[in-house]
Design a protein around this ligand. Sequence first.
Ligand SMILES: Nc1ncnc2c1ncn2[C@@H]1O[C@H](COP(=O)(O)OP(=O)(O)OP(=O)(O)O)[C@@H](O)[C@H]1O
Length: 924
Amino acid sequence: AFQFLSDFFQFQCVFEGIAKAGNPTLLNQIYTELYITKGGTGEVNDEHEIRVIEETSRKPNRPETTIRQEDIFKVSSAGDQPIRTVMTKGVAGIGKTVLTQKFTLDWAEGIAHQNIQFIFPFTFRELNVLKKKKFSLVELLHHFFTETKEISSFEDFQVLFIFDGLDESRLPLDFQNKKILTDVTESTSVDVLLTNLIRGELLPSALLWITTRPAAAKQIPPECVGMVTEVRGFTDLQKEEYFRKRFKDEEQASSIISHMKASRTIHIMCHIPVFCWITATVLEDVLMSKETGELPNTLTEMYIHFLVVQTKVKKIKYDGGDVTDLHWSKDTRKMIESLGKLAFDQLQKGNLIFYESDLTECGINIRAASVYSGVFTQIFREERGLYQDTVFCFIHLSVQEFLAALHVHWTFINSGVNLMQEKQRYKGSFVSKKPKLSSLHQSAIDQALQSPNGHLDLFLRFLLGLSLQTNQRLLQGLLTQTGSHLQTNQETVQYIKEKINENLSEEKTINLLHCLKELKDDSLVEEIQQYLSSKTHSIDELSPAQWSALGFVLLSSGKDLDVFDMKKYSSSEKVLLRMLPLVKTNVVLVYLQLAKYWRNKHHSFMNCLVRYFSPCLLRLNSCNLLPRSCEALSPVLSCQSSSLRELDLSNNNLKNSGVEVLCDGLGSQNCKLEILSLSGCIISEEGCAFLASALSSNPSHLKELDLSYNHPGDSGVKMLSDLQKEPQSRLEVLRYEDTCFREEYSCQITIDTNTINRNLKLSEDNRKVSFVKELQPYPDHPDRFDDMPQLLSKTGLTGRCFWEVWWKGRVNISLSYRRIKRTGDIKDCGFGCNDQSWNLNCSEDGYTVWHKNKTIRISSSSSILDRVAVYVDCPAGILSFYKVSSDSLIHLHTFNTTFTEPLHAGFGFLWSDPGSSVFLCSSH
Ligand SMILES: Nc1ncnc2c1ncn2[C@@H]1O[C@H](COP(=O)(O)OP(=O)(O)OP(=O)(O)O)[C@@H](O)[C@H]1O
């Protein structure tokens, strides 16, 4: 194939911000594979780039497929046509440009894509400059790629056009315009050329690759796009690979990697290559200078360090200084000042690329701009379009957002002017007092919250971050005055918290939480932890802000969780489901790696959990999990990187069907689980057969299997114990009896006759209580239940206790604090109707549990006569009800709570059901 490359060198090298001043970096030396997904639609997201990163999971339940760079224009089978137009989306700095460069380089080197004969790489930046000119397609190609002058008919070749950076386009791409152009030699404006090329009217045989940030994708009608791919950045492994490639010295690389991993924020941010690059620059300097100060841990700190490093470099390279000198010389300050103003003014307008006119507006002449880009090579950059015009931009949008924030902060400190305030509102008003920093913050928060696309979100984080004294100290010499004292930040924190409680959208809330993090305020975090660990609250009482914070807490806890105790958060599946979206929005990368696993919310949550926190022990006992919950757990077991060794699923209604699904994971060679508890999960022979088959295909890990409180039957027991005898089996402990528990904690309940209601009759040595119509002649007593047919046991329970009762008709089997009211409203004295008592209602219709007047129905069959067991572990706050069936226990429900007073057993009846009774079984 005849190959052509306009400028081979251009593609061998990558611009890392050092193109002008230093040596260009060889692309192949730094290129690290990216995670790219395929599919999705032309559907467009309006969100601000940085936000989008954190919300990769907008469209749940859509399975994702990954695609390798090499396969983007690959034909699947001989004779097939490749997809004509591919659109690659991705947030700022995620590596779209680098990806197209790598593609082109591989082609030029003859490594890949040899079905293509010409690649014409364009950027919208360059095309913008031709806005007012007229070209035919052939002329345009000859103009940019002079080497092709000999060729006039491109129809005979397989041609690929790359159009990089649609977001930067200032061309009026009007797809409504019906002007059809099919002649490659007909002259017209560049935008008409492009729309016809994209619509496939012009040179239909050509391939097209358009890259864009997500918000700008909507400029192209979806029907013109054959495939959408999305660059998602680096996975955890790829992050490491990036640093290893960049730092050839292994020790240095390892040290930088471990620093990166130590900060959760940095680790998360690093899925965007440009942040990897900033992190590398900063950490390299921090580690080299051997200063023992803290490593940057917030975004603002990171960017401040970055600015300091760049200033140092400038000082050494251009001003002949050495590292120890003060870097903030007068002209450096002036430079940063001007760039800051430019950054802010243009950010407000949404401009990311600046032409001469934009610069002049901000008081920078083009010569100065050139100088800035020459010395601040990694901050500001000059780009010469192939065509005369010079454009400027910040090396990355986030750098612009940072400098914009610096400018606003600075202006306020130096002159008291609040740039975030709408000018007209305060026109003419006389400001006598020195304005407060918190008022600047408040107007910035208000403005950021109003922005429909979140264009000020990251800016706001930086602005608030800059007010910290520790951060100002880092900028000493640049900021001559400092403006903050504790009081102002507290006001800002307070303001943010109020806003959070206003029920904002999840994104806005989370950005505000990020702001709290930049302010290093973790009182909200504490509030949440406290709230949840008190465990007495019902989940419905959590405010939206608290839910959001919850996800955030999980992530910013900083440490890997060795043990994830679901009960610390709550015990219900409902919570699990509600936590999911929050965790999801925060844990970007985890989600990213897991996408292929998830089919429903459970999957994603469980996977997030396991992949991200990598717990070795997962306790999900008594979490009201259902058979379908196993669908989420099973892939966790079979996933190669899972470090899970112990899984406690006891007392959940998993049933045989759940076990079957779980066994898919358990039987996988990847599953390294050593201890599995399925105690009280309603498993019978059938379930044991699934377990046996899973363990015979993966026999070498599981050491302990707890099947107590199930119904394995003789054959189930035999299957598993036979398996245990196999030479390759590592199963040491196999538990299936349920007697030990019953014997060990069995206790005698004695009825307190002073509490018994007059409609209740005692018999059989005070072991049987029946509800009767005739009033019984009990004397008055302050402890007696006057208005409810109820009673309590005599001694308060402590420690662990177990008892069983036969019941008939319709009865309440309860536990209560002694102080429960004896007269008055059912709300105060009825078992289960308040926060002092817990109740299991048993009847022919089935079982329901009651607490605080909230009910949960339990799907377990019952008859008119049945046996129920109660197990309470007072210090642990566990209260479980079981149904007793042919001497084994079937778990009905477990309350996880904190008991603050001694408990008393209680029984109750309903007024409508005379003839009901309970009988206390004697203890063993
Ligand atoms: N695959 C990669 N391997 C190594 N470094 C990369 C890779 N991709 C990107 N980078 C680094 O990230 C920087 C930004 O990447 P790039 O310019 O491709 O982003 P982009 O997605 O085009 O962003 P924008 O929308 O801002 O133009 C690069 O200059 C480079 O330092």
